[in-house]
Design a binder for this molecule. Structure first.
Ligand code: NDP
Length: 228
């Protein structure tokens, strides 16, 4: 399996869960730093040549990739009137366009194998919206349409495409929020806390096993989105 952005946070927990399961795991990130037992590939997913190189290296080391987890993502939050074109396009490039690039590359090998799992890490924010995250929410909502189209295109070949939509998770991405912002979030979450990265990883390993689930959006959000 290959997970993007597996050097820290949610991606790292996903990589560790697959390693613990005895799977061959390749991890990409810009700075590098895979968990023990995983192949560490340095790759900026916004660079098509780097993605091709990393994917080929993963295949050379481990054979065909049966599970792709497109997890790497960034935020550039600001209110819409202050949001520059670059704030918008750079978030779309990393979170959405790079996910398309990876899914396209992955589907090549999966079509040959006649099986595969494509899993996108979206966000509850893609479904509910969030002030200051016009760029991020658009990118994460886009993953839902992408997964459902892939599910329809590739389903007859034994390939599933699904989305995991976490709520707020304890990682570096959310560590930048102030105590006040964090309290405002947990006040709205029925389970009244953030998720741990492991709790997101367990939805991903479940999807990797699930042979008859495709085009689904699995919320891991403590009830924030009430099933959406
Ligand atoms: P982190 O910021 O902790 O980690 C992001 C990972 O992505 C790092 O490994 C980073 O490595 C990598 N990355 C970022 N940009 C690129 C790039 N251009 N090319 C390759 N790798 C890249 O994020 P989280 O673990 O918090 O989030 C993971 C995913 O989950 C994201 O898609 C995020 O949007 C989503 N999510 C997170 C939530 C949260 O509350 N934390 C909630 C809902 C969804 P490096 O910097 O070395 O490239």
């Amino acid at each position: 399996m290959l997970v993007t952005g597996g050097s820290r946070g949610i991606g790292r927990a996903i990589a560790e869960a697959f390693v613990a399961n005895g799977d061959k795991v390749a991890v990409t990130s810009r700075k590098g730093g895979a968990p023990e037992g995983a192949l560490d590939l340095v790759c900026d997913i916004t660079d098509p040549a780097a993605v091709e190189e990393a994917y080929a290296a993963a295949e050379a080391a481990h054979g065909p990739v049966e599970v792709l987890v497109a997890n790497a993502g960034i935020t550039k939050d600001t209110l819409v009137l202050r949001m520059s074109e670059d704030d918008f396009t750079s978030v779309i490039d990393t979170n959405l366009t790079a996910s398309f690039r990876l899914a396209k590359r992955a589907s090549k090998g999966m079509l040959r194998l006649r099986r595969g799992r494509i899993i996108f890490i979206s966000s509850v924010v893609g479904l509910m919206g969030n002030p200051g995250q016009v760029n991020y929410a658009a990118s994460k909502a886009g993953l839902v349409g992408m997964a459902r189209s892939l599910a329809r295109e590739l389903g007859s070949r034994g390939i599933t495409a699904n989305v995991v939509a976490p709520g707020f998770v304890e990682t570096e991405m959310t560590a930048v929020l102030t105590d006040e912002q964090q309290k405002a979030i947990t006040d709205r979450v029925p389970l009244a806390r953030y998720a741990t990265p492991d709790e997101v990883a367990s939805a991903v390993t479940w999807l990797a096993d699930a042979g008859y689930v495709t085009g689904a959006v699995i919320p891991v959000d403590g009830g924030l989105g009430m099933g959406h």
